[in-house]
Design a protein around this ligand. Structure first.
Ligand code: PGA
Length: 253
């Protein structure tokens, strides 16, 4: 672990404003303010305002949105731009989540444009990368992740690259109850760091948080966080339960 751990909760299409309020009345009591870790929530956009109000004054909690459009404004019914998300209280944005890639057909080029839009609006992108089971079984996991990274970083200046966080989430581990073995996670995190090192040097590689995601639960978070190069966890299903996510946030690194 190169920095203080990051515990991120991706609520996906769950939790309205009232449920969020209930969640935080429990969670904030169980997770006292601390500079030893940071916590990030990605609520649905319609719940963001309620979460902003609920976590007011907590310097250890940051908020983000789950998706943005790459255009800053315009006639794009149903979409949220990066400037709108920032104005509503987001500091981060998930880009390239596997559900965006595989359910909604987002391409590597889309993720590149979204990362650029986020940076332009002052949002820190959490870029999600990860391979399908068929890629892993065909020995292509490393190549797929490299391609996803390459697409986004190809034209990023060092200053912009320093704003990114990365989440490695093997697609076959998301919502399935299967996690990558600690060794697999360690290996892929090392590969992500080697990519950054090769492109921007050791300092930026060391400073970029690389999180693991995919069926992270209270009982496996500590082991994953103990792996070299795993700087935090991105949690879906298990972040919906205040008590369970509080336990994950208390996992020793
Ligand atoms: P999961 O989701 O923890 O439910 O597997 C992780 C994610 O999609 O970010």
């Amino acid at each position: 672990m190169l920095q203080t751990p990051i515990f991120a909760g991706n609520w996906k299409m769950h939790m309205g404003p009232e449920e969020a309020e209930q969640f935080f009345s429990e969670f904030l009591q169980q997770v006292p303010e601390s500079s030893d870790r940071s916590v990030v929530f990605f609520p649905p956009a319609v719940t963001l305002a309620a979460v902003v109000a609920a976590v007011e004054g907590r310097s250890d909690i940051e908020l983000g949105v789950q998706n943005i459009h790459w255009e800053p404004k315009g006639a794009f019914t149903g979409e949220t731009s990066a400037p709108l998300a920032a104005a509503a209280g987001a500091a981060l944005v998930l880009v390239g989540h596997s559900e965006r890639r595989h359910v909604f057909g987002e391409t590597n080029d889309d993720t590149r444009k979204k990362v650029a839009a986020a940076l332009g609006a002052g949002l820190r992108p959490m870029l999600c990368v990860g391979e399908l089971l068929e890629d892993r079984e065909a020995g292509r996991a490393a190549a797929v992740v490299e391609e996803q990274l390459e697409a986004v970083y190809a034209e990023l200046s060092e200053q912009d690259a320093a704003q990114l966080l990365i989440a490695y989430e093997p697609v076959w581990a998301i919502g399935t109850g299967r996690t990558a073995s600690p060794e697999d996670a360690r290996e892929m995190h090392a590969q992500v760091r080697a990519f950054l090192d090769g492109r921007y040097g050791a300092e930026l590689a060391a400073r970029t948080p690389v999180l693991y995601g995919g069926s992270v639960k209270p009982d496996n978070a500590a082991e994953l966080l103990a792996q070299e190069g795993v700087d935090g966890v991105l949690v879906g299903g298990a972040s919906l339960d205040a008590g369970g996510f509080a336990r994950i946030c208390a996992s020793a690194a």
